[in-house]
Design a protein around this ligand. Structure first.
Ligand code: SAH
Ligand code: SF4
Length: 404
């Protein structure tokens, strides 16, 4: 029997475990403006707030400080006043899985937002590649949309994440990867040898529809892109949408993020079924909004995602229609092999069919468009997050019951 070195769930390190359910708010992930409000509350004079907020932003989001005591250029009194009112808690890491290909998936528990609310769980995935590392973040718990190939679409619990909860996913990743400037890495983390960073890119391709939570996504991008803080450039941040047309312009204007569109079909009749938001905003309106997306250019192309569903959207005529539809748009095409989930109504197209489809797209001038599946052994594909972890926990429960 061959034993594969697959998913290795590990216990969260003590330093990253959640604090007790006390309602003391955390400063982690807040914008400079929100940090300023916290400082005012802690008694800082108005004329000092800007400077102090910049200092806090540096400690929290550039150095990854996990305690107020680490903030050596902040006076002892202020540190004490802050510690009385706030924490530096991160979300609790429920599990961490590491794939044979280096992909890591974290299941995070977010505190309940109110007395009668339940804590929520989300997933974040880190995908290392040659010369860069991409973090796939969630913007909502579940999704109100119901794309038929997507597991998130079948989940019922839905709430928007706050901006800080979105940013905290990057903070947790930097903690676990030892990816802070001048910081010390936790045990087991790999520190980049060349002084570079592990997480260089962010994609909003986890759970949820980012354009249905745009204010929080905008604030989160502000914090992630702050050059004196987390330092991920806006051009390295991609927001993926199923096509919420009325919000696309605002996304471009207010975030400067790269745009990705989950197209998946070239005819309205089919897209109406597999991406139901198409009934509200059909393909023609969607592509019009792309044509006027602020900042789109040949240097900053829009990515069109196309999931390959066997016998549904994968024939050569559809590849030709795809190329025709996108003519004149500064576009990149990403063909995504469908990642099946238990009970999913589709299969992934055969490799031969994907190659044929890709060849047509390639001949039209789009380079290497098939996305390599990553972290399959830990079910890390974006869009079907959280499902597998739940299943494992159910199995674990069964195993436990069997021994009792
Ligand atoms: N709601 C946004 C972002 C999250 S989904 C959106 O729909 O764009 C991120 C990407 O994963 C989307 O392109 C989505 O279509 C794709 N996806 C979802 N489920 C998938 C699956 N089972 N296999 C492959 N890709 C999937
Ligand atoms: Fe929601 Fe995106 Fe999944 Fe559609 S593909 S259900 S929009 S997360």
């Amino acid at each position: 029997m061959t034993v594969l070195d697959i998913a290795r769930p590990s216990e969260p390190a003590a330093a990253f475990a959640a604090a007790p359910a006390a309602a003391t708010p955390s400063l982690v992930g807040l914008t400079r403006a929100r940090l300023g409000e916290a400082l005012l509350e802690a008694g800082v004079a108005e004329r000092q707030v800007r400077m102090r907020a910049a200092q806090l932003n540096h400690w929290l989001h550039n150095r990854g400080a996990a305690s107020f005591d680490a903030m050596t250029n902040v006076s002892k009194d202020l540190r004490a006043a802050l510690a009385e009112r706030f924490t530096l808690d991160r979300p609790e890491i429920v599990s961490e899985q590491i794939s044979v290909d280096g992909t890591r998936k974290w299941l995070l528990r977010l505190p309940a937002q109110g007395p009668r609310m339940r804590p929520a769980e989300i997933e974040t995935v880190y995908i290392p590649e040659e010369g860069r590392g991409t973090l796939c973040v969630s913007s909502q718990v579940g999704c109100t949309l119901t794309c038929t190939f997507c597991h998130t679409g079948t989940q019922t619990l839905v709430r928007n994440l706050t901006a800080a909860e979105i940013v905290a996913q990057l903070v947790v990743a930097r903690d676990r990867l030892g990816d802070w400037t001048g910081g010390s890495a936790p045990e087991g983390a790999i520190v980049p040898g060349d002084g570079g960073r592990f997480v260089t890119n962010i994609v909003f391709m986890g759970m949820g529809e980012p354009l249905y939570n745009l204010d929080a996504v905008r604030d989160a991008i502000e914090v992630m892109a702050d050059g004196e803080g987390l330092g991920v450039g806006r051009r390295k941040i991609t927001v993926s949408t199923s096509g919420v047309v009325p919000e696309m312009r605002r996304l471009g204007e207010e975030t400067g993020a790269q745009l990705a569109i989950s197209l998946h079909a070239v005819r309205d009749e089919l897209r109406d079924v597999i991406v139901p938001i198409n009934r509200k905003y059909p393909i023609r309106d969607l592509l019009d909004a792309c044509r006027t997306y602020p900042g789109a250019s040949n240097a900053r192309r829009i990515t069109f995602e196309y999931v390959m569903l066997k016998g549904v959207n994968d024939n050569p005529a559809e590849a030709r229609e795809l190329v025709r539809l996108l003519a004149g748009l500064p576009a990149k095409i990403n063909l995504i092999p469908f990642n099946p989930w238990p009970g999913s109504p589709y299969e992934c197209s055969d490799w031969e069919t994907i190659e044929k489809f890709s060849e047509i797209v390639f001949r039209a001038g789009y380079a290497s468009p098939v996305r390599t599946p990553r972290g399959r052994d830990i079910a890390a594909a974006c869009g079907q997050l959280k499902s597998e972890t739940r299943r494992l926990r159910a199995k674990e429960r069964e195993a436990l019951e069997a021994t009792q």
